[in-house]
Design a protein around this ligand. Structure first.
Ligand code: PLP
Length: 374
């Protein structure tokens, strides 16, 4: 299937180290998409590799019904990072599964079926998460999906208040929309969404698959004063190893129904996530991300010109809205400047560099963007 699902990329990557990827000729590419935010600590991070090697040689896998220390440690570590009140953790293998679980948990805990999602939102590609995703391109070939999903404009508190009612099981929302073009939520919108979900007895899910793990300059992006009922995580959680998590409040966890996955919290993957989260917390990586995010934003605003409509960002999640299609710039960046960035929709160049990016690397990125986006 791979030939038809993925576009052929002309660059064959064979090695990764820090912020750089290397192709078969040994050419270095600055990976400012962090391969879709999956390597917050950069490629080949020593502590993560060591944890994986050690666990792999000790116990690769045992069925999830036996408690395993490394998994218990991850449950506790994730619960400690979450806002107070959220201390139950469900582990899976990807972002879409984390959202799939959150939607199922919300339905069983509330006894309701209706889901409210946002326009331009992206929550994954399995049938449930896909039904809450906005773009028709992703959904149309597979319809009918699960029903009972309403979409409201992002950052429209009144529309949210209108849509959420006594039949609502959950609202699912990204604190910063990623795939939808790097759109940060206003504190006002999230506050209003919290109020109306509280009033209706509905679960509020923050999809932090892309925003979590320090990406926006704090470990979780949901504004400190607004605590959802569930937080979903994946992408950067294992620094490149496949893992997802659904963090829940007690009232959700106590009524989760019956849900399971064979590879939930598999030891080697749990070891990778433990080392990743541990390093991010102990080395204050979110603080560095906040600082570098400010630096990059300032430098970009100074450097780039006519081709750019707007820059939107939160921490090291940056979107450059361009006047023409983003793809032509992405191609130039890759082939002429050895910089691998990402699109977000048709007209946004998306930057999600490793959170460990250094000033010199940021300057290299700005110079390349300056040359391409003058
Ligand atoms: C990538 C993404 C997902 C889906 O994650 P997968 O691991 O690809 O299933 C869900 N939500 C958001 C916000 C994402 O960015």
């Amino acid at each position: 299937m791979s030939g038809f699902v993925f576009n052929e990329k002309p660059i064959q990557i064979v090695e990764g180290d820090g912020s750089y990827l290397y192709d078969t000729d040994g050419t270095a590419y600055l990976d400012v998409g962090a391969s879709y935010a999956c390597v917050p600590l950069g490629h080949g991070h020593e502590a993560v590799q060591e944890a994986v090697r050690e666990q792999f040689s000790k116990l690769t896998y045992v069925q999830a019904s036996y408690p395993v220390e490394i998994r218990t440690e991850l449950y506790e570590r994730l619960a400690r990072t979450a806002p107070s009140g959220i201390d139950k953790v469900w582990l899976c293998n990807s972002g879409t599964e984390a959202n799939e679980a959150a939607l199922k948990f919300a339905r069983s805990a509330t006894g309701n079926s209706k889901i409210v999602a946002t326009m331009q939102g992206f929550h994954g590609r399995t049938m449930g998460a896909l039904a809450t995703t906005w773009k028709d391109k992703y959904k149309k070939p597979y319809e009918p999906l699960i029903g009972d999903v309403a979409f409201v404009p992002y950052n429209d508190g009144d529309a949210m208040a209108e849509a959420v009612d006594e039949q609502t099981a959950a609202v699912i929302v990204e604190p910063v929309q990623g795939e939808g073009g790097i759109n940060p939520a206003s504190t006002e919108f999230l506050t209003r969404t919290r109020e109306v979900t509280d009033d209706a007895g509905a679960a509020l899910i923050f999809d932090e698959v892309q925003t979590g793990m320090g990406r926006t300059g704090t470990l979780w992006a949901g504004k400190g004063q607004i605590t959802p009922d569930m937080i979903t995580s994946a992408k950067g959680l294992g620094n490149g190893m496949p893992i997802g998590a659904t963090l829940c409040r007690d009232w959700i966890a106590e009524n989760y129904g019956s849900h399971a996955s064979t590879f939930s919290g598999a030891p080697v993957i749990a070891a990778a996530a433990n080392a990743t989260v541990g390093t991010i917390v102990e080395e204050n990586v979110p603080e560095h991300a906040a600082k570098m995010g400010r630096y990059l934003r300032e430098e970009l605003e100074r450097a780039i010109g006519d081709e750019v409509r707007e820059i939107r960002s939160e921490g090291l999640m940056l979107g450059i809205e361009v006047k023409r299609g983003a793809n032509r710039y992405l191609k130039q960046l890759a082939l002429n400047h050895q910089v691998l960035a990402l699109p977000a929709g048709r007209t946004v160049v998306r930057l999600l560099p490793p959170l460990t990016i250094e000033t010199g690397e940021a300057d290299e990125l700005v110079a390349a963007l300056e040359a391409v986006l003058r």
